[in-house]
Structure formats: C-alpha cells, structure tokens
Unconditional design. Structure first.
Length: 207
C-alpha cells in the first residue's frame, strides 16, 4: 500500500524534474516536462516513498524517471540527489534518482521477478484512507517462486537503458519508453497508461 498525503509541495515534483532532467545523458525533449503517467511501489519498511514518473518534454519521447523520497539524506548518494522538497505534512524530503537507491532497486527486482505490479494507492483525507486509481498499470512477468533479492548495488551505468548491477542480479531500466521495443528473453516489467493502452517494456532482468 502506498499512503499519499494531501499536502503542498515546494517545489513541486515536476518543477524539480524540470531542473534535473536536462542534465541527464538520456534526456530528450524541450520545455517543461509534463506527466503522462505514474506508478508507485511499496517499501516493506514504510520509510521510503517510491514513485516512477512517465513524462514528456515537448515533442520528445516518454521518459521513465524513478524517484525515491527520504526523510534524511541517503549516504553515499549525494551526486544522485535530484533535489529537496518541503512537504507540508512530512517536512523536508530528499529526492533521489531511484536507480541509485537500494530500496527502489529491491522493489523493482521484486516486481520483475515475482510477477507483481504497482502498489495500491490510498490518500489520507479527513482522518480516512481513500483509494485512488494509479496513473499507470505495471506488471512483472516472473513468478512468486523466483528469487527477487538483488543484493547490494555494485555499479550503475546511467545510460539508456540504465544498468544496475547488484550482487545477485542485473537490472535494466528503460529511460526513453517506446512502443514496439523488443522484449528480452528474461523476466520483464511492462506498463500501460492513458494514451498507451498496449503495455510497453519498462525494465528487465539481465541475470
């Protein structure tokens, strides 16, 4: 379950991305990014927010941007800090490129390898929890019997796809998402959203 608070954010997430995205090797587009979809994963410990944005800047491709939200800086990841946000309910949040955050990587590996999908989202409103629909639907192709623990992150190649090499698993995160991309032979994560009814490749396991 992903718990979402009704809150004011300064800057907004898209404002943060507008400053950060153009500096990335895999960026393509022009102008401010617009969200076309988004989905969340669960942190089993309930400490780290995990949200993946699907954005487009001008006439560029749809870009996939996994983010993590933390209550304190992630040790050793200063160069992968997207920025900080003042959250009117939770206070200051440190926002990271998810491909460098072990909590996101473990959640992605679990989705791909065990065949799970996005987290169910609930909004905290008036002392109640109200379910809301995700802005994208994702599903892994694996099976619950498969091992999903990736182990420690050993290296990250920030190209497209972004390659995350872990002790026991190597993952690839597609940055510029395109319909008709070839499907690798192993377990994959695919997704669809408004305007993209046919699921497309988002990430896959290389080992």
């Amino acid at each position: 379950m992903a718990l979402i608070h009704q809150a004011e954010l300064r800057p907004t997430k898209l404002e943060l991305l507008a400053d950060w995205l153009p500096a990335q090797r895999w960026y393509a587009g022009s102008g401010a990014p617009a969200r076309v979809g988004a989905y969340r994963f669960d942190d089993p410990d309930g400490e780290v927010g995990i949200e993946t944005f699907l954005v487009r800047a001008g006439d560029g491709p749809v870009l996939q941007v996994p983010l993590t939200y933390r209550a304190a800086p992630l040790e050793g990841a200063q160069d992968r800090l997207v920025g900080t946000i003042d959250h009117s309910v939770l206070g200051q949040r440190w926002v990271y490129d998810g491909c460098h955050d072990p909590v996101y990587v473990a959640a992605l590996a679990a989705a791909i390898r065990t065949g799970s999908g996005e987290a169910v989202e609930y909004v905290a409103a008036g002392g109640r929890l109200e379910a809301r629909a995700s802005l994208a639907s994702v599903r892994g192709s694996g099976a619950p019997s498969l091992s999903a623990e990736p182990g420690r992150i050993e290296s990250v190649d920030d190209g497209d796809p972004t390659l995350v090499r872990c002790e026991r698993l190597e993952l690839a995160v597609v940055r510029a998402v395109a319909a008709g991309d070839g499907r690798p032979g192993g377990a994959v994560l695919t997704g669809s959203w408004d305007g993209q009814a046919v699921p497309v490749l988002l990430a896959y396991a290389l080992s």
